[in-house]
Design a protein around this ligand. Structure first.
Ligand SMILES: Cc1ncc(Cn2c(C)c(CCOP(=O)(O)OP(=O)(O)O)sc2=O)c(N)n1
Ligand SMILES: [Mg+2]
Length: 569
């Protein structure tokens, strides 16, 4: 390797891999790193902090990775996660794969063993072929072998994470590179900032007129907003498209608040009606995957024509034929549609039929939200939370669980864009605390995490990370004593595989980890504790006691469960 390390004459100022990596990140506007330190990356944490940047140190790399990915989603700059090699890398890889599935820009940087040892499988400390293991789970996997390549590698990682469909990138750095030196002057010259890393991509005029004609001919058009539309940060353009055309819209969970849930054209409360009865559906940053029943079947009722805006051409026709593909970035496509639809007739009859159905649904729900029960259920507990949160529109709501997720998504309104972070496309549990850290750090505003007790358990120890940085995070644990429910009977001489220890006290857990803890057994107590926590700005866990029989298996996706047709033997 000698010939790869420049011989530097005496007296020339030197730099090294550590410094070049940090300068390259800083030059590209990255000041926060989420990670977990150890060999060979420990010094990065200390030096990064010494330079006045922030290193948020986690208890498990998976949660640091979730934090980095959510930072990327909220800021449109890649979130950066740093881990040690092998097991640390693998823990971070789950979050990198989830970021890629969600289309969140994120860079995972892991220290690694030297190539010559990995390739001969000579059994190094935490040896693993990380570069190749990462490749199938992210947009790109790069390894840096020379100090002079650090600048271009960071830029490639940033451009890949941000351009086209955003996603995860893996940067593999062999341990020795960090301390390899080179001339500081040469090193400085090797660093640069990419020009326009996420370029606009305009749709073809022929595609725009095809889509405009289809929408103009629709009797019952519908706009369906996905988290891609929220990520695009062209909020005013999307609101203008909706209001100028008078077309009803319904948001996917993380697109809630892109246009307020209380907007008169919001059809969320009549979702099944609009999915079934619409004749032309305009998908904006939403993929026709499992979350939308793959665009077919009883969810969608009769024949449907789809207009699909997506930056990735091969997403089109992934499940059903798309009548009018619009390939480009969301802002360019939305504004092209606005121009073409100027003066088009508004579907006022369709909109008023929807409003009537929505109002009926809301009235029924309102009764459930205020009906007292001996032990709280999901509705009267979430009703109390909703009444508090409507006075705090700019908090970020983090949400995970099954019944906890499905019911909170339906009950808790969102008023502003990018204020709801949840389990995303995969429906992954454990995103809670990492997402809460990132939201608190990147927005500087309070966070409320509503987690099922099982979901909370996946990242519970990160609550210490939250108290350590004294972040304004309130965690409401919907404690129904189990996965989906807490009343499953125990099989012979065993504890049920679906329930938790009924003696668990999450309020005491919070106090033990340096936070505030409150046990809430009524909606009034829950509302009071939430209000107090938001006012105090202190890390708080509210242990919301929910009826163990209140949930249903797998929440709203029980249909995906597989059960034996021959029963238990
Ligand atoms: C990483 C991971 N593991 C397991 C699951 C399976 N799973 C699990 C384990 C859930 C937890 C449901 O229990 P909860 O206590 O969080 O919520 P409710 O009791 O309110 O339904 S929801 C769900 O899909 C998952 N989605 N992700
Ligand atoms: Mg539960």
């Amino acid at each position: 390797m000698k010939n790869d390390i420049q011989e530097v004459a005496e007296g020339v100022e030197l730099t090294d891999g550590f410094h070049l990596l940090m300068e390259a990140l800083e030059m590209n506007g990255i000041t926060n790193i989420y990670g977990l330190l150890g060999i060979p990356v420990t010094e990065i944490g200390r030096m990064w902090q010494a330079r006045g940047n922030k290193f948020f140190s986690f208890r498990n790399e998976q949660n640091a990775g979730y934090a980095a990915s959510v930072a990327g989603y909220l800021t449109k700059k890649p979130g950066v996660c740093v881990t040690v090699s092998a097991p640390g890398f693998l823990n971070g890889l789950t979050a990198l794969a989830n970021a890629t599935t969600n289309c969140f820009p994120m860079i995972l940087i892991s220290g690694s063993s030297e190539r010559e040892i990995v390739d001969l499988q000579q059994g190094d400390y935490e040896e693993m072929d990380q570069l190749n293991i990462a490749r199938p789970h992210c947009k790109a996997s790069f390894r840096i072998n020379r100090t002079e390549d650090i600048g271009v590698a960071v830029v490639r990682a940033i451009r890949t994470a941000l351009s086209g469909r955003p996603g995860g990138v893996y940067l593999d750095i062999p341990a020795r590179l960090f301390s390899t030196t080179m001339s500081a002057e040469e090193g400085q010259k090797s660093l640069f900032v990419p020009v326009d890393p996420a370029p606009a991509q305009l749709p073809a005029p022929s595609a725009v007129s095809r889509a405009v004609d289809l929408i103009k001919g629709a009797k019952k058009p519908l706009i369906l907003l996905g988290k891609g539309a929220a990520y695009a940060q062209c909020d005013a353009d999307i609101k203008a498209l909706i209001e100028e055309t008078g077309i009803p819209f319904t948001p996917m969970s993380m697109a809630k608040g892109l246009v307020s849930d209380t907007h008169p054209q919001c059809a969320a409360a009549a979702r099944s009606m609009v999915l079934q009865e619409s004749d032309v559906v305009i998908l904006i940053g939403a993929r026709l995957n499992w979350l939308l029943a793959h665009g077919k079947g009883k969810t969608w009722g009769g024949a449907k024509k789809f207009v699909q805006i997506d930056i990735q051409a091969n997403e089109i026709d992934s499940n059903v034929p798309i009548a009018a593909p619009l390939i480009g970035d969301i802002e360019s496509c939305v504004n092209a549609l606005r121009a073409g639809l100027k003066g088009a007739a508004k579907p006022t009859e369709w909109m008023s039929a929807i409003a009537e159905r929505a109002n009926g649904t809301k009235a029924k729900l309102a009764t459930k939200l205020t009906t007292a029960t001996p032990v709280m259920n999901y509705f009267n507990s979430l009703g109390a939370i909703r009444d508090v949160l409507k006075n705090y529109p700019d908090i970020t709501l983090v949400n995970e669980g099954a019944n906890t997720l499905d019911n909170a998504r339906m009950v808790i309104d969102q008023y502003l864009p990018r204020k709801r972070v949840d389990t995303g496309t995969w429906g992954v549990m454990g995103i809670g605390m990492g997402s809460a850290v990132a939201a608190a750090v990147e927005t500087g505003k309070p966070v409320v995490a509503i987690c099922g007790d099982s979901a909370f358990g996946f990242s519970a120890m990160e609550y210490e990370t939250i108290t350590r940085y004294n972040l304004p995070v309130t965690v409401i644990i919907m404690n129904n004593g189990g996965i989906y429910r807490g009343d499953e009977a125990n099989p012979e001489h065993q504890v049920s595989c679906m329930i938790f220890n009924p003696k668990t006290k999450y309020d005491q857990f919070s106090i033990a980890l340096g936070g505030e803890g409150v046990r809430a057994e009524t909606p009034e107590a829950l509302a009071k504790a939430l209000e107090a926590s938001l006012k105090s700005g202190k890390p708080t866990i509210i242990d919301a006691i929910i009826d163990p029989a209140a949930g249903v298996e797998s929440g709203r996706i029980g249909n995906l469960n597989i059960v034996s047709t021959i029963g238990k033997k």
